[in-house]
Design a protein around this ligand. Structure first.
Ligand code: GUN
Ligand code: ZN
Length: 445
């Protein structure tokens, strides 16, 4: 191996397609596997026995015999300026925004605050094993710039955008259609497709954008190839009723976005709980994605997303934390809540399917599977090392796990960031829970 080459030996799991638990297809699991990374990319993956048989010297490996090595988690919808409003008490969406979220986002008019909070935000993602995310920043272009800059320093694959919002919000948080267009263009020119950065147009949601501003978003979406678009859709009953007042001529909520050309395979709509059959068909027809945000939907009291209905219609569904409406940065916790939301609707979430969603599934939904999501040769080597037994409870439960599926189910239902021992970005250690000083977390920036 050259000096740019690294080998990791552990239990290894990744997905090659939607997993089928009954016939064991769609995923690969190595009880004792070796992942070889060269210049930040996957070079090979095989069992230790096969590698040794081919003459590979296993003593070169960093060996983590009890750990589970998996692709890094991908969060398809999260708000970087909302770390400090996570778990804000007692309100549903519209009051929650006015009482907690908007006042906090006003603080990001200060560049220093934006930089410091962006850095903290990315540290928390890494601590949770999240290596890529699609991120709302704030209306202040400098907060978007700060996020891209800090993500680039860490070499994380990141999609983000400046919030477009020109009405129904505090004056200090509103831009104008012209300002939005100018600032978005500048950010796109500066960051879109630069290294691992991608720009996502980010009209907050239809109630906070004028028709003129939505038209700007549509124009920009057409002007620049490969842009993403992220917004919110049909999260809360009062929000849906408000849309009827604000856009009386629209067929429904989705139609507002549709009229301005905002649907498509690179569009990600968060929530999608209260959708009509017409909206479901139209999402499917245009290949538009829905981000399922279970901890947020429970915490803000928004409702239960009907995953089977949306999936059966053929809508790409990703899974997301939606912090700070969501209550955890951990995709493991998020999957546990997804499981419960689906149980309440007599649906199931197999752990293989859940872990697929948090990795390859989300990469596919975000059109990133050419770069990340699994350990196919040449993909970018973002991965996590999970400790399956970080506490007494998980130790006890894992000791009686009856199968791989059961092991993964216990991880999905009981796990959180404390299971994430190490996070790697393009083959380089970016976070470790146990640093040189016992018990001290370390980020390698
Ligand atoms: N709808 C509009 N803005 C927001 C937000 O910041 N969080 C959530 N969960 N929903 C929204
Ligand atoms: Zn959101």
């Amino acid at each position: 191996m050259t000096s740019n080459c690294n080998a990791f030996r552990a239990r290894i799991l990744h997905f090659t397609d939607i997993p089928n638990p009954s016939d064991g297809t769609g995923f690969e699991y190595f009880e004792d596997g070796v992942l070889v990374v060269e210049q930040g990319r996957i070079r090979s993956l095989d069992s230790a026995a096969n590698m040794a048989a081919q003459g590979f010297d296993l003593s070169q490996c960093q060996h983590f015999p009890d750990h589970l090595l998996m692709p890094g988690f991908i969060d398809s919808h999260i708000h970087s300026p909302q770390t400090d409003v996570i778990v804000s008490y007692g309100e549903q969406l519209l009051d929650w925004l006015n009482k907690f979220t908007f006042p906090n986002e006003l603080k990001f008019s200060c560049f220093q605050h934006s930089e410091q909070k962006a850095s903290e935000f990315l540290d928390i993602l890494l601590e949770n094993g999240t290596t890529s995310a699609m991120v709302f920043t704030t209306v202040f272009a400098q907060s978007t710039d700060a996020l891209f800059k800090t993500a680039q320093q860490r070499n994380m694959r990141m999609m983000a955008g400046k919030v477009m919002m020109d009405r129904n919000a505090p004056e200090g948080l509103c831009d104008t259609p012209e300002q939005s267009e100018r600032e978005c263009r500048a950010l796109i020119e500066k960051w879109h497709k630069v290294g691992r950065m991608r720009y996502a147009l980010t009209p907050r949601f239809a109630p906070t954008s004028s028709p003129e501003q939505l038209a700007v978003a549509g124009r920009l979406y057409r002007d620049y190839p490969g842009l993403y678009l992220q917004t919110h859709l049909s999260e809360n009953i009062k929000e849906v009723a408000w849309i009827k007042e604000l856009f009386p001529q629209a067929k429904d909520y989705l139609d507002v976005y549709d009229q301005y050309g905002l649907l498509g395979t690179r569009s990600v709509f968060a929530h999608g709980i209260h959708l009509s059959d017409r909206e479901v068909s139209r999402l499917a027809e245009t290949g538009s994605g829905i981000a399922f945000c279970p901890t947020s939907n429970l915490f803000i009291g928004s409702g239960l997303m009907d995953m089977a209905r949306l999936e059966d219609a053929g809508i790409p569904i990703s899974v997301a934390t939606d912090v700070g409406g969501g209550t955890s940065f951990s995709l493991l916790r998020t999957l546990a809540e997804a499981y419960k939301v689906l149980q309440l609707q007599e649906q199931n979430l197999n752990p293989l399917k859940g872990l697929y969603m948090a990795t390859l599934g989300n990469a596919r939904s975000l059109m990133l599977d050419g770069y990340i999501g699994n350990f196919e040769t040449n993909k970018e080597a973002d991965f996590v090392l999970l400790n399956l037994t970080p506490n007494r409870l998980q130790k006890a439960r894992q000791a009686v796990a009856s199968s791989l599926e059961d092991t993964l189910f216990a991880l999905m239902m009981l796990g959180d960031e404390m299971n994430v021992d190490r996070t790697y970005i393009m083959g380089k250690l970016a976070f470790q829970r146990h640093g040189h000083n016992q018990g001290e977390m370390q980020w390698m920036r």
